[in-house]
Design a protein around this ligand. Sequence first.
Ligand code: AMP
Ligand code: GLY
Length: 445
Amino acid sequence: MKILIIGSGGREHALVWKISQSPLVKKIYCAPGNAGISEIAENVNIESTDITGLIEFAIKNSIDFTVVGPELPLTLGIVNEFEKRGLKIFGPSKEAAEIEGSKVFAKYMMKKYKIPTAKYESFNSQKDAKDYVSKIGVPVVIKADGLAAGKGVIICNTIEEAVRAIDSIMVEKLFGSAGNKVIIEEYLKGEEASFMVFSDGEDILPIASAQDHKQIYDGDRGPNTGGMGAYSPAPVITDSIAKEIIDTIIRPLISGMKKEGKTYKGILYAGLMIVNDSPFVLEFNCRFGDPETQPILMRMKSDIVPVMLSVVEGRLKGKEIQWSNEPSVCVVMAAGGYPDKYEKGKEIKGLDEAKKIENLVVFHAGTSILIPPHPPLAKGEKGGFKVVTNGGRVLGVTSLGTNFEDAINRAYKGVGLIKWDGAYYRRDIGRKAIPISRKSVKIST
Ligand code: AMP
Ligand code: GLY
């Protein structure tokens, strides 16, 4: 098969890496890809939101199957457009992707289908939003309705902070039109975890659990980011909590989407807060998590391609996935300044040394290849190229280990070998998992 993968982040590198191991696959293209992806796939210079360009490419190159990484093309309707032309594509339709594209819609679904989530109200007017905050008090969570690259959520511990947050989202439009409406919700205190399933609209197949590290600084402090690291499994998700997540969250949502005429095919990602052993939904995403996908796919022993095809073809029932018992840890290396302003174009060194570590993969996110200008080459002389930074989250150094300590040490050994000017990473990724994983609870895959 010829496969096209859409996107350019660490998640897409992990997908390309995993899909390239399938005996069913002959050739992989990635649009637009990154420096790491170009080592195993052919990068195509088309943006992930250029749906017309992607369709033309898929037709011209006889692509058999397209896999969409990021949420934006999904919410723009890439799946609907590909399917109209008879092209096979993995991901939810525009209507189904609204579960991530609009937090107001997601909350509506949760209320209607009695899915546990934080109490909330939604507002079109900043005055009503502020009045509501004064009424319910703090701590409180203010969320922009639309897509904001994981950054449109502000946790407020004082009324002044909440008023400022409402102003910045609704008046100053910090997240653009995503802030035309806000959701104000109750603050939940607990342990976060990510739970993803494959869904063919009818049946589901759970994926190994994972836990993300949203905040920029060690100890979960500072502003939220797209994710500074992740590990799998999430020991906080025991077998019995996994069952509760499936029964009270995943199945009601998938059957509810069908009832609403928005049949859900693809990956459904539930961002959860586990409060006193009970799961509550913080958000739904319509695609694989990033960086959770990196450690999860390191643990996946089965071929992913037949599973993805069975999602699209509605034959998921009875399918199984084999997982490694070894835990996996992914440490994100970011550009200094992220999630605010940061510089690009810094040369990355040490990638080849890190690659030599066993059971470690360096997934690229914001990287590109720079071919410096050089004088005409003498015969037999090779022109050099550099891998340079090209985004906020730059690399996801991901390892498997015999236990969490081993996986963490291995990942940080890789991180220690990689250098660029201004590189930043958290030093505590995965540490939270160690005490729970030592207890004698039955951890879900
Ligand atoms: P979201 O994009 O809705 O998942 O929110 C991003 C992050 O904000 C989550 O991963 C949590 O760390 C935090 N968060 C969101 N909603 C709540 C809530 N109701 N209570 C506590 N923290 C929250
Ligand atoms: N890591 C969080 C997300 O993918 O949304």
